[in-house]
Design a protein around this ligand. Structure first.
Ligand code: FES
Ligand code: FES
Length: 161
């Protein structure tokens, strides 16, 4: 199969690859670019573990052809922390025990980032809706929802120390 060019931005850095036309975005991220923070849970579009942002919108990278990302801006969980500083969501997840086995965590964080980028002050229902495509088998979701609300408050400067 002829390779197709894929030129896109991942976490702010331009990447240029040649990929098969049927290559999946998650495989390019993990296997070609070494960004293994994006997980593959089901590989069928049902668990949300593979969630990344494409031009700011959540996308299931296990169902997305890599060539669909051509010319786009992709954000993975590796793009959340700035230098050595964790994103407020990552800090809130750690402080709030919102991760246990951790398998869902990358997708949860990325889905939550998309929410907070478009709505800095979401209510609980909005948080539940934002992560409705992300399955967690460990936490019962409450710590995750609380952590996202705490991170939103932190980012707004609304949470007292
Ligand atoms: S691995 Fe993509 S939705 Fe489960
Ligand atoms: S922490 Fe284990 S699946 Fe969510």
């Amino acid at each position: 199969m002829a390779k197709l060019p894929l030129i896109f931005t991942v976490n702010g850095a331009e990447q240029a690859e040649f990929v098969d036309g049927d290559a999946l975005l998650v495989d390019v991220l993990r296997d070609k670019l070494g960004m293994t923070g994006t997980r593959v849970g089901c590989g069928q579009g049902t668990c949300g573990a593979c969630t990344v942002l494409i031009d700011g919108a959540p996308a299931l990278s296990c169902l997305t052809l890599a060539v669909r990302a051509n010319g786009k801006d992709v954000t993975t969980v590796e793009g959340l922390a700035m230098g050595g500083t964790l994103h407020a969501l990552q800090t809130a997840f750690a402080e709030g025990f919102a991760t246990q086995c951790g398998f869902c965590t990358s997708g949860m964080l990325v889905a939550a980032k998309a929410l907070l980028d478009r709505d800095p002050d979401p209510d609980r229902d909005a948080v539940v809706d934002a992560i409705s495509g992300n399955i967690c088998r460990c936490t019962g979701y409450e710590p995750i929802i609380n952590a996202i609300l705490a991170a939103a408050a932190d980012l707004r400067g609304a949470r007292s120390a």
